[in-house]
Design a protein around this ligand. Sequence first.
Ligand SMILES: Nc1ncnc2c1ncn2[C@@H]1O[C@H](COP(=O)(O)OP(=O)(O)OP(=O)(O)O)[C@@H](O)[C@H]1O
Length: 315
Amino acid sequence: MRSLADLEQQATARLGGPAYGHDALISCDRLVRIFTADGVEVQALQGLDLLVGKGELMALVGASGSGKSTLLNILAGLDVPTAGAASVDGYDLLAMDAAARLSYRRHVVGFVWQQTARNLLPYLTAAQNVVLPMQLAGRGGRGARRRYSARAAELLDMVGVGHCRDRHPGQMSGGEQQRAAIAVALANSPAVILADEPTGELDSATGEQVFASFRTANEELGTTVVVVTHDHAVANSVRRTVAIRDGRTASEVVRRTEVDEHGQESVVAREYATVDRAGRLQLPRDYTDALDIRSRVLLELEQDHIGVWPDRPEE
Ligand SMILES: Nc1ncnc2c1ncn2[C@@H]1O[C@H](COP(=O)(O)OP(=O)(O)OP(=O)(O)O)[C@@H](O)[C@H]1O
């Protein structure tokens, strides 16, 4: 059994280890975003830490106003944090100049928004919508047109809407439009796709089909996918769901498939509380309510766990 001295030694040794997030595709370190509107400050992100591995398909959930869209806009390169550090695929999101930001948005990230109309240009066909980002990225050269249109057809087929190739968005259902939007987001082979409530305007069956297209992109192309969602079906079908509360990551659910001795597969979900870089931990509200925990708790370091007790007056 390890002694407390051993544990302390281990903790000290860790201080000299690799930097936080060194092997993550997305790394947010104590991210802060403060908005000022009419002289009033809103702290949308209050020291948020998040790491996302290359090739992950994960969901972000949280109450309205908890900071999910603010985070996604920062990761999309559309907004800049007030403080902290954030990087995606080696790009430092606080230090990019205008040219780097444009290149980042064209080549590193793809987005899918909730409003179907925001994702596609109405006067272009689905295939033309997919070709557009490739043209804008401007690699061009001989045979580019044929190459672009072949890639557009391939991507539309992959997400299951090859039949909509020559249709305008107005001639497609909401689900078909969102799937075409995924093909548009994939056009320049981004490292990551960010999606803000992509199934929010769809019924549940259509939402499932759209989510299946994200999964296909993730599995077939290895694209990392981060989806902000209120949709329980989506949140429950990914390996990792991170919950944001009051501008910080609060907890996460990790799911893995287990096979029993009869070969029967089942998904086991475990919920973890996040410990941030400053050592802060948010206790779930139902736990603090159940034990009437208010301003402080008693802590005790044991060999393999930390005891947390409500602060009761001494008898
Ligand atoms: N441009 C802005 N100016 C001022 N305040 C803002 C701005 N954008 C967001 N906020 C505020 O920041 C906080 C976080 O907002 P955000 O949109 O990130 O939350 P959310 O978790 O995405 O919510 P929802 O699920 O409703 O979309 C909210 O209090 C919001 O009012």
